[in-house]
Design a protein around this ligand. Sequence first.
Ligand code: SF4
Length: 172
Amino acid sequence: MRKHIFQGLIRAPLTETAPSPDGATTAELAQAVERAARRRLGRSLSIRAVDGGSCNGCELEIHALNNAFYDLERFGLRFVASPRHADVLLVTGPLTRNMREALERTWRATPDPRWVVAVGDCAADGGMFADSPACVAGGVGAAVPVDLHIRGCPPRPMDLLRGLLALLQQQA
Ligand code: SF4
């Protein structure tokens, strides 16, 4: 135990250098999503995140959209607490059997037009958990219709923004 404490004091933390996001590019992309949402819906985009049994890596990237750096609420994009107020479901994880019914009920509670974005490699096809008996075979698309996959493990916040923009443009 003492050895571990000592090593923790003298070793540098095992971490990677944070990427340096381009603030101007982020703002441009977020504004493009906001304009596309207003054209398509006549208002801002409301997003409901659904965790379908992920490792939480994808959630961290989704939450980053709301942090002080990305701060997407300044462009009108907002996360909502109820699917009844949402336009888009961002679904993460391989979709565990335990979460299947919850996802289906969430999808049914979302008003039309409702879009589903499968976030991360797991949501697309089960990813590294594809062979697990705890998961529904085929990922999120096995339970609800998916409009867009955003690949990555996990996808970065910029990838999420590009995906939302592509979704709105393909629906326009
Ligand atoms: S895609 Fe990667 S980060 Fe996202 S839930 Fe699966 S393992 Fe975790």
